[in-house]
Design a protein around this ligand. Structure first.
Ligand code: SF4
Length: 331
């Protein structure tokens, strides 16, 4: 089934927090608050754009949906109601928000207005990392909010960042473990990207903060991806969306428009290397799922070249019966 997301970005203008990494203008490309009429317009456009037969969901992104002015929040939800009632938004509404702005009252309201999925910007489950990055909530808030969201029957999404100020790889691995215990339906992973005008930019430029490089982020995120995959949790996003303003303005960090593909390539490299480890050097044929051949080969044949450096000349072929990440090697 085709899936169509109608995304409406809701910047949290006047947000009292100042998270170390946040520069919503740079991330969104705009800081204009959408009007209810913009919500209707986005739905009308999507209707004309051929979503017939698709799963259609309206997504309010921006990270603080339940923390914005309550009247304004309800006006945006109200604008979506005709499209829910007509059945066009057959997958309802998705919102992303902060863990400390979830309670019974707001969850009852969201349920009433057809919200089906709630994503929490958790970022880390380490209180010192949360505090150093001025998140203004604790790991306990994430746990409490997650449990409450699930008790209301919403789909739960959790978002984490890697490489924040004061964070090490172990914190991110631990965050993933604690996410898995909360059984989210979806996860998003964002390696930190230093944007101008943020606290991280100041720390980075003063030399006090060293943001993980792209290669370091790929290594860590490939392990996180594998952890969630083994736990049966769907990682629906890895890395910031490719946007011109981010590409042109970011100062440093783990940004690449095809980051997920690079991380999956790294998973294949580790698996191929492990499968070949005890075998004599020589020529090998590696079989993977047909749709995974390019990931196994790696961008610009990176994996094949690395295996060749170890003395293994490999050809990769596809087999429809193989599942993702499954592979066999033979001489
Ligand atoms: S990321 Fe932090 S600073 Fe930015 S809008 Fe959300 S709560 Fe406010």
């Amino acid at each position: 089934m085709k899936h169509a997301n109608i995304a409406v970005f809701v910047p949290h203008n006047g947000c009292p927090n100042q998270c170390s990494f946040c520069n919503q203008r740079t991330i969104s490309g705009a800081s204009k608050q959408p009007e209810p009429s913009d919500v209707a317009l986005a739905c009308e456009k999507a209707m004309q754009g051929g979503c017939e037969g698709a799963d259609v969901q309206l997504a309010f992104f921006g990270g603080s949906f339940t923390a914005i002015d309550r009247g304004y929040m309800l006006s945006l939800l109200e604008a979506a109601q005709p499209y829910i009632k007509s059945g066009f938004l057959n997958k309802g509404i998705r919102v992303s928000t902060r863990p400390d702005f979830i309670d019974d009252e707001v969850l009852s309201l969201l349920k009433e207005y057809g919200v089906r999925a709630i994503e929490l910007g958790a970022q880390s489950m380490d209180d010192s990392v949360l505090s150093l990055n001025k998140r203004g909530h604790t790991a306990q808030d994430v746990e409490n909010a997650s449990k409450l969201i699930k008790s209301y029957g919403f789909e739960l999404g959790l978002q984490m960042m890697t490489g924040l100020y004061g964070s090490a790889d172990e914190d991110s691995i631990d965050t993933a473990k604690r996410f898995i215990l909360l059984s989210p339906d979806t996860v998003r992973i964002y390696p930190t990207v230093v944007l101008p005008g943020t606290m991280l930019a100041e720390l980075y430029l003063s030399g006090e903060y060293k943001v993980p490089s792209l290669d370091e982020s790929i290594e860590l995120c490939s392990h996180l991806l594998e952890m969630f995959d083994k736990a049966g949790i769907n990682v629906i996003r890895l890395g910031l969306h490719a946007q011109q303003d981010v590409c042109e303005n970011y100062l440093a960090g783990g940004y690449h428009p095809a980051l997920r593909e690079l991380c999956e390539g790294e998973i294949y490299y580790r698996k191929m290397k492990y499968a070949l480890e005890d075998k004599p050097q020589g020529n090998y044929e590696i079989t993977v799922a047909c749709a995974e051949i390019s990931k196994a080969v790696g961008q610009k044949k990176k994996n094949i070249n690395r295996l060749s450096d170890l003395g293994y000349n490999c050809k990769v072929k596809g087999d429809l019966r193989y599942k993702r990440y499954e592979l066999t090697v033979k001489r």
